[in-house]
Design a protein around this ligand. Structure first.
Ligand SMILES: [Zn+2]
Ligand SMILES: [Zn+2]
Ligand SMILES: [Zn+2]
Length: 265
């Protein structure tokens, strides 16, 4: 990748079950259309030769292989729900090549849950190589690396809090059903917004698509993609019905920002 080039790849655009849903015989789950097959939610931000992964989804291994990702410099977690976390053990494959720890960023609460849920990873009596080599980095404010700044955005996801992330001209906000005013202020002037838009019917912990459209129009990014999509969403049918500038995300979608010019010193 050329110096200064920023991109984001949708590794997974599906809700917690993945699509098709195990055992479901609905039209979308039986669809052979590639846009209706969704792995669990995650994105990769690439800048020059650096890769930042947001979440380690349950489907991380197949996402990494599909996109031919050779290294990960850092992982940022939105929250600790299983669909965003349980691929964590597959980070071990990157350690085998780099021989160094991968930093994991997230809220102190999310990192505490990761440590408790995957205690073997942080058991230093087990030799590196048998377990992933990861370093917990609690995130309270924006952090800069490789010339990029990752700014945490506080959100509500039912009864828990989650973090979205802004990175220059783009923001990734999944697993949310409310965005406080203080966070909305941090979302001005975006080129790309990727936003939770689970399904058409209401849900207790996710924006549904009508709510997501309303929030997207308030934020006013040049382009918005809806993600964390359930099997209610038939991509070829429903994508065309969205307002201008708003589309459904799909697995493998890549958006480039060739003119992005943060200093990379
Ligand atoms: Zn989720
Ligand atoms: Zn289904
Ligand atoms: Zn969640």
């Amino acid at each position: 990748m050329q110096r200064g080039n920023l991109s984001i790849t949708i590794l997974g655009s599906g809700t917690s079950t993945g699509i098709p849903v195990i055992g479901c015989r609905c039209d979308v789950c039986r669809s052979q259309h590639p846009l209706n097959r969704r792995t669990r939610c995650s994105v990769l931000i690439s800048y020059n030769d650096h890769n930042i992964l947001i979440d380690t989804s349950t489907d991380l291994r197949q996402q990494i292989l599909r996109e031919d990702i050779r290294h990960i410099d850092a992982v940022f977690y939105t929250h600790s729900h299983a669909d965003h976390l349980h691929g964590i053990d597959d980070l071990r494959g990157f350690n085998l090549h780099t021989k160094s720890a991968i930093p994991l960023y997230g809220s102190p609460k999310t990192l505490e849950r990761i440590k408790n849920s995957f205690s073997y990873i942080f058991d230093h009596s087990i030799p590196v190589g048998y377990i992933p080599h990861l370093e917990l980095c609690p995130l309270e404010q924006p952090v800069s690396m490789f010339g990029l700044t990752m700014e945490p955005i506080q959100m509500e996801h039912g009864w828990i809090s989650t973090l979205g992330y802004r990175c220059g001209p783009l923001a990734y906000l999944t697993d949310c059903n409310a965005i406080p005013a203080s966070s909305m202020e941090k979302l001005q002037g975006l080129d790309l917004l990727i936003l939770d838009g689970l399904r058409f019917t209401p849900h207790n912990t996710h924006f549904n698509i009508p709510q997501a459209i309303e929030v997207a129009q308030q934020i006013g990014a040049k382009q918005t993609l809806l993600t964390h999509l359930s099997h209610e969403v038939d991509h070829p049918v429903h994508d065309q019905q969205l307002p201008p500038g708003i589309n459904l995300a799909y697995d493998g979608q890549k958006i480039c920002f060739p003119s992005h010019k943060e200093d990379c010193s």
